[in-house]
Write a protein that binds this ligand. Structure first.
Ligand code: ADP
Length: 302
């Protein structure tokens, strides 16, 4: 069982010719509401590929919250541990996407910002072999989930996005870290940048004191780098024409969690995750763009 802990958002997607600069007004079209939020996306990505998945988080008592639970359930995700917090609304994300498929995101936390460790019973982690965490919920929820899951013997995956300073207690409970290039730089320290595969040694050194020896850096259209102890594997990107990269990172993390739960090595899991994420960029939206098991198998077979 794979348990995803984190945010569920109603995404409001808007097509624009170019993303607005500060002070600029641009025209938008094709406004569409769809299920999103990092944990919700990661859960659907893994479940659609055949994984047994539980989603843990919170929504408001509203239409968006019901839509999110219904959509996840339709993909086979267990939503019994999605708390309904009546005092707040479901989280929302406003996502303009330009013609090159680049996006910018405004996040309205709602229930994702209001959830506390007490909203998550121990039973939520029962039977978990992999627990996957992201940072769109309060840090105390993430730390608490990591510590409980690690103590229970699960493999703890952390996708520290959107990036925040990570407490030692959290890193100490992490088995596998998944970051994009920007987050890798932020982990290295102020004004640092992570440069392709050459950045691996610096990040390895930064994470070693916490016992984190396995991590993946996603490099957008440049593919990714999977580091497992002394070994670093550069994973070539799948050649696709991207139309919308929304949720590509979550497709990557969800697929990686699924493959690690299935017993793959980190490099093998990252190769599958890379193909899965690339497929997701060829279609609009986040969850709507995710591949199923047959499509991923065909793409991997070439
Ligand atoms: P995030 O969306 O979290 O910033 P990335 O942009 O690094 O993450 O994308 C995550 C993964 O999605 C990449 O490692 C890659 O596998 C895949 N991907 C993203 N953009 C493309 C692209 N243009 N072509 C092929 N694969 C892509």
């Amino acid at each position: 069982l794979i348990v995803m802990v984190g945010a569920l958002n109603a995404d409001l997607g808007i097509r624009v010719a170019k993303l607005p600069a500060p002070g600029e007004t641009v025209a938008g079209r094709d406004v569409e509401t769809s299920p999103g939020g990092k944990a919700s996306n990661q859960a659907v990505a893994a479940a659609r590929l055949g994984g047994r998945v539980r989603l843990v988080g919170a929504v408001g008592d509203d239409e968006a919250g019901r839509m999110l639970r219904d959509r996840a359930k339709a993909d086979g995700v267990d939503v019994a541990f999605v708390a309904v917090l009546p005092a707040v609304g479901t989280g929302q994300a406003i996502i303009p996407v330009d013609e090159a498929g680049e996006n910018a995101i405004i996040l309205i936390p709602g229930a994702n910002g209001a959830i506390s460790p007490g909203d998550i019973p121990d039973a939520a982690y029962d039977g978990a072999s992999v627990v996957c965490l992201s940072l769109e919920v309060p840090m105390e929820v993430v730390v608490n989930a990591a510590v409980r899951a690690y103590a229970a013997g699960a493999t703890v995956i952390l996708n520290p996005s959107p990036f925040r300073e990570l407490p030692d207690e959290l890193l100490d409970a992490v088995d596998v870290l998944v970051v994009n290039e920007l987050e890798a730089g932020q982990l290295l320290g102020p004004a640092q940048s992570f440069v392709a595969v050459d950045g691996a040694p610096a990040l390895r050194e930064a994470l070693a004191p916490h016992g984190v020896t396995r991590f993946v850096v996603t490099l957008g259209a440049q593919g990714s780098v999977a580091v497992d102890g002394p070994a670093a594997a550069q994973i070539e990107p799948s050649p696709v024409s991207a139309v919308d990269t929304t949720g590509a990172g979550d497709a990557f993390t969800g697929t990686l969690a699924l493959r690690l739960a299935a017993g793959d090595s980190l490099a093998d899991a990252a190769r599958q995750a890379s193909v899965s994420a690339a497929l997701s960029t060829t279609r609009r939206g986040a969850q709507a763009s995710y591949a199923d098991r047959d499509e991923l198998a065909r793409a991997i077979a070439g």
